[in-house]
Design a binder for this molecule. Structure first.
Ligand code: PRX
Length: 640
């Protein structure tokens, strides 16, 4: 089993951090309630989740909590009718939340926009009506390729409101990667912006869209939001400006009544093959998992200002920038740009300016900001903060403690949340009342049963590494993989019978705390973003100079992990005159193929790659060599 060598230091961490008494007294879930929830979640997990579902509004109640007649295609709340947007927006309009701030947006250039729930509701309705008038119907797929703008959130909600399916593609993906997703989803409409600001420069997004939709037969319309005033070519009649489109539309729009298991969104994520997995979530179960987890784990109070730094294009953005905070009726803060622009205090400035009370981010950002020392956080009043969160990759104790001391004043618990695109919402994480060990994600949430097992599916003893599995279904689980039921069964449910295989290596300690070590499959976690080694390898071999390629993850002090590639060159390219130039070309080529999200730190030219007798490249050997570790059993190697 492969794991990230840099993270072994996690295992030596023995410090324990206690919450302040005041926080425990005021918590939504106190220690007794927590224990009771864990008990209820174990004794009768269906009624535990049914209680969670009752906190939301449904158009019609379910016939049954869980239909488990066709595993692994579990269906939660069958027979129920609902729409997540009704819970995120419509229901607030008749309560005191109507005039509360739903969204605070800050552009990189310092401009801000604020929306009350009522204003956001009206904006969403206008765009929802526009989408309907463009012929978008229930079940149609709409790709959204946008930077973090208010219209990005408006677009997601408008699509879901009319029962269509949104498919967000992170703006760091290339035109080619975008096209692949548009084609797979057979999207009818694409929403984008002219450009966005990053590091002080406007980046042209429309250009990428033009290249991506070229030859995509399914796409009839491209809607473009004005943001960065970059030069764009509007290709009529396909391309339409958002502003012109919504101007005439009514601010009232009926919300589509959906079945609980109708599709809400499709989100592509890397797997072990070159083809990304289309992860499908539905309205009902997803909204229950997201709502319960945010309210309990982040202890949401009416006065909170919630800031999650994830991009809306990833699952964290879906669940905890958009749907979770809005369903909870809290205020969500969205920042457009680079966290170091114009200098390394931008995030601290955002926290101070809006009085952020809960700040949820990723270890990569913490490590990046840590490098600048404490001078920047000291420039700002961070005293409004009461909870901190971490997600996406293992957090090393050093970064944990820095965050805790310098941002959290040694008072704010750090909620390290383990979950995945597939799980939809938090799965393993502490509550604010928990005793914390830096680097551990604590224990499964009430209602969830997780374990660490060996190759045969047997639980491993404390301290020993194994595969992380989930032993029963949970409401916000994926409905499946888009158009690929076999791959869904094979990838997640075949290794340990009856259990969901997460694809992570983990350990439990003597106290039952779980420590995540990294992916166990051929997926890299670069700055919290999943990139498959197979995707990088197929991008490399698509270059005419490359005959064969193997990619491994190597530890990186900021990004957690980055890719290193080994290539065998085609004969014509052997002995290149300027190897450095060729390597630069290869890196540029990967960027063009996959986008800036795929960070390849170095490429090494080799004459041979270690392979099994059946011809499979053994990345394990390359990794061990790279890490200076024992290469282990090489008896099956072909070319030794
Ligand atoms: O390896 C785990 C890591 O991120 C993977 C899921 O990636 P993705 O679907 O992109 O979702 C990321 C945000 C939820 C997991 O399989 N991961 C996520 N959270 C943590 C983590 N690793 C360690 N600690 C975490 N808190």
């Amino acid at each position: 089993m492969e794991h990230n060598g840099a993270l072994d230091s996690l295992l030596q961490e023995e410090r324990v951090f206690r919450p302040l008494p005041q926080l425990v007294i005021e918590a939504n879930v106190n220690p007794q309630e927590y224990d009771a929830a864990v008990r209820n979640g174990n004794d009768d997990y269906l009624s535990y989740w049914e209680d969670a579902a009752r906190e939301l509004d449904w158009f019609r109640k379910w016939n049954q909590v869980l239909d488990d007649s066709n595993p692994p295609f579990y269906r939660w709340f069958p027979g129920a009718k609902c729409n997540i947007v009704y819970n995120a927006l419509d229901r607030h309009i008749t309560t005191a939340n109507k005039n509360k701030l739903a969204l605070i947006w800050e552009g990189e250039t310092g401009d801000t926009q604020k929306f009350t729930y009522y204003e956001l509701y009206r904006a969403v309705n206008r765009f929802a009506n526009a989408l309907r008038s463009l012929g978008i119907k229930k079940g149609d797929r709409v790709v959204i390729y946008m930077s973090p703008l208010p219209e990005t959130i408006i677009a997601m909600l408008a699509v879901a409101k009319i029962g269509a399916v949104h498919c967000m593609v992170f703006a760091g993906f290339s035109a080619k990667a975008l096209r692949e997703r548009i084609n797979d989803a057979q999207a009818k409409l694409v929403i984008t912006a002219d450009g966005f600001y990053r590091n002080g420069r406007p980046i042209n997004l429309k250009k990428v869209i033009d290249e991506a939709v070229e030859g995509c037969d399914s796409v009839d319309t491209v809607v473009v939001v004005h943001r960065a005033n970059v030069q764009v070519e509007m290709n009529e009649p396909r391309d339409l400006w958002y502003e012109a489109l919504v101007r005439q539309e009514s601010p009232e729009c009926p919300t589509e009544v959906m079945d609980a298991n109708d599709m809400l969104f499709l989100l592509y994520s890397s797997g072990t093959t070159g083809k990304p997995k289309g992860i499908v979530h539905g309205h009902g179960g997803y909204m229950v998992g997201v709502h319960r987890s945010l309210n309990w784990v982040f202890d949401i109070k009416p006065t909170d200002i919630f800031c999650c730094t994830a991009d809306v294009g990833w699952i964290t953005g879906h669940s905890y920038v958009v749907y979770g905070p809005l369903m909870a009726g809290t205020t969500t803060v969205l920042y457009e740009g680079h966290p170091l622009y114009p200098q390394a205090d931008r995030m601290w400035d955002v926290i101070a300016k809006y009085g952020v009370t809960i700040f949820y981010t990723a270890p990569t950002l913490i490590r990046m900001l840590m490098r600048f020392g404490t001078q920047y956080p000291k420039m700002h009043d961070l005293s409004t903060l009461r909870l901190l969160g971490s997600v996406g990759e293992p957090i090393n104790p050093e970064a944990w403690v820095w965050f805790y001391k310098n941002i959290g004043r040694s008072e704010c618990p750090i909620i390290d949340t383990w979950w995945q695109t597939e799980t939809g919402s938090f799965i393993i994480c502490p509550f604010p009342i928990s005793l914390l060990k830096p680097g551990s994600v604590f224990k499964p949430l009430p209602g969830i049963e997780a374990d660490v097992v060996d190759e045969q599916g047997n639980p491993v003893p404390p301290g020993k590494g194994g595969q992380l599995i989930l032993k029963r279904p949970w409401p916000s689980m994926l409905l499946g993989l888009y158009k690929d039921p076999e791959r869904y069964k094979e990838a997640y449910w075949s290794q340990v019978p009856g259990a969901y295989l997460a694809g992570d290596v983990a350990r439990k300690d003597e106290d039952g705390y779980i420590w995540i070590q990294g992916r166990s499959d051929d997926v890299l976690n670069i700055a919290g973003h999943r990139i498959g080694t197979a995707e990088l390898e197929s991008a490399l071999v698509a270059h005419r100079a490359v005959a064969e390629a193997a990619v491994i993850g190597v530890p990186d002090s900021i990004k957690g992990e980055v890719a290193k590639a080994f290539v065998i060159l085609n004969e014509d390219y052997n002995d290149p005159e300027d190897p450095d130039e060729l390597l630069k070309q290869l890196k540029d080529h990967i960027r063009r193929e996959l986008g800036p999200v795929a960070v390849v730190k170095s490429i090494e030219i080799r004459e041979k790659l270690p392979k099994t007798r059946s011809g499979k490249i053994m990345r394990r050997i390359l990794k061990a060599e790279e890490m200076g570790e024992d290469v282990g059993d090489t008896s099956t190697l072909e070319n030794d």
